[in-house]
Design a protein around this ligand. Structure first.
Ligand code: PLP
Length: 460
């Protein structure tokens, strides 16, 4: 592509994106493709000679778009939505254009220093103490895996040199995200050494059960290395008792990592600051601007008050990457597995500056209010019930009927193309989840979801 061709194609793409973002609901939220349809529609090998941009872009619209599930759609209320935003997209475009790789500070000072600045700003907004060190990973799953490796370094430093000899154990609740278990698997903890602690009637980790499990493991000759409470669990957004977990972690010399992947963004609201209570006593935490802070996937922020432990776990500097020591020239490669580093912080910096804390807080505040309003309507309806205490922008509900009936309601709603919801299992029962988090979602979309659910259940 010549610079002129690039300019023309670039304008076309930005125009397309502007139209798309103005109304993603012109598409069905959930792709209607059947499995394999896109693969079958595309040539089985790449072209020998290059093709015209106009042909390629036409195929993008004709073949790729129907295979897209629209996460930007205002009716996307499944999982935890991750919405894009114009400044975030511009940040992605410029980062790809510059294609700078922050392997070291000197390989692009902007990559390193803007990450420090933007994560510093976010840290202040959510109320973490100044000495906490931030690092961007692609996802919370990767951040938590790194935190578990740091935990192992902290509790069993000999493992770095010699590998694991004593069984090490990790604790989370039975409501924790699967990323905790996966992270433990990835670093060789062993699935049977990840203990899933029972929760109380509102899905919070039971600290007494946690302590019993730890004692049992210690008696069996195992070494507890980490406790991972969640603030805002995936199924219900419940909140584990972080302070109690801290006290227990201290008694056994274990690391405390708090998973705030979803709910952490709400801490930018003064009235939700309480959710960070005790987090300042943890060793590390993770939160995802790519969940609830309108940042295009991927951008997850891991923070730690013990960066030296992350460094002790991961620093390995071959000669060809050696640079002069300078306390202000941070090399992020020493704090985790990746060497190559995308310029992710650019999109976050654009977003934080474009909206400011007040507008981002207003966006989250509105969504919480719509969720609370809907929860009340559900509670008052004779045929439905709230399946878990309503929290943040998440609602778990059930039609007062069988699991099969609830499943059928969800399928009917999702087949409309207007709204996409997901489900969870609570106490062995099927529940429907409504998670609000998109830039384009308004109160009317939330109310429309409720209307479609009632319609699918055949009630008014
Ligand atoms: N933690 C919680 C509580 C989550 O809900 C999720 C995803 O929904 C994750 C971690 C994993 O996030 P990621 O997709 O960034 O790995």
């Amino acid at each position: 592509m010549s610079p002129e061709e690039f300019r023309k194609a670039g304008h076309q793409v930005v125009d397309w994106l502007a139209d798309y973002l103005a109304d993603p609901s012109k598409y069905p939220v959930l792709s209607r493709n059947r499995p394999g349809q896109l693969i079958d529609a595309l040539p089985s090998s790449a072209p020998e000679t290059g093709e015209a941009w106009s042909t390629i872009f036409a195929d993008f619209e004709r073949l790729i778009i129907p295979a897209v599930t629209h996460w930007n759609h205002p009716g996307f209320m499944a999982y935890f939505p991750t919405t894009s935003s114009p400044p975030g997209i511009l940040g992605e475009m410029l980062a790809a254009g510059l294609n700078t790789n922050g392997i070291l500070w000197k390989s692009s000072p902007a990559v390193t220093e803007l990450e420090q600045v933007s994560l510093g700003w976010l840290r202040q907004w959510i109320g973490l103490p100044d000495e906490w060190f931030g690092i961007i990973f692609d996802t919370a799953s990767t951040g938590t895996m790194h935190a578990l490796a740091a935990a192992r370094q902290f509790a069993a430093p000999e493992v770095r040199a010699t590998g694991q000899s004593v069984p090490l154990t990790v604790y989370c609740s039975e409501q924790a995200h699967s990323s905790v278990e996966k992270g433990a698997l990835a670093i060789g903890i062993g699935q049977s050494n990840v203990r899933k602690i029972p929760t109380d009637c509102v899905f919070r980790m039971d600290p007494a059960a946690l302590e019993r499990a730890i004692e049992e493991d210690v008696r069996a000759g195992k070494k507890p290395i980490a406790i991972v409470p969640t603030v805002g669990t995936t199924a219900t957004a419940s909140i584990d008792p972080v302070r109690a977990c801290r006290a227990i972690a201290d008694r056994y010399g274990a690391w405390l990592h708090v998973d705030l992947a979803y709910a952490g963004s709400a801490a930018i609201l003064p009235e939700y600051r309480w959710l960070m209570d005790g987090v300042e006593l943890a060793d590390s935490m993770v939160t995802n601007p790519h969940k609830w802070l309108i940042t295009p996937v991927d951008l997850s922020a891991t923070y730690t008050r013990r960066p030296e432990v992350f460094r002790a776990a991961f620093s390995l500097v071959p000669e060809y990457l050696r640079t002069a020591e300078d306390p202000r020239a941070l090399n992020y490669m020493e704090y985790g597995v990746p060497l190559g580093r995308r310029f992710r912080s650019l999109k976050l910096w654009f977003i934080l500056r474009t909206y400011g804390r007040e507008r981002l807080a207003a966006f989250i505040r509105d969504q919480i209010a719509w969720a609370q309003e809907l929860a009340k309507q559900i509670e008052e309806h004779p045929n439905f019930e709230i399946a878990a205490p309503q929290a943040f922008s998440l609602i778990c509900l059930r039609y007062k009927g069988s699991d099969d009936e609830n499943r059928a309601i969800l399928d009917r709603v999702n087949s409309t193309g207007e709204i996409f919801l997901s489900h969870a299992a609570l106490n062995g029962r099927y529940v429907i989840r409504i998670a609000i988090g998109n830039l384009g979602t308004g109160r009317r979309h939330v109310q429309r979801a409720w209307e479609l659910i009632r319609h699918a259940a055949g009630v008014r």
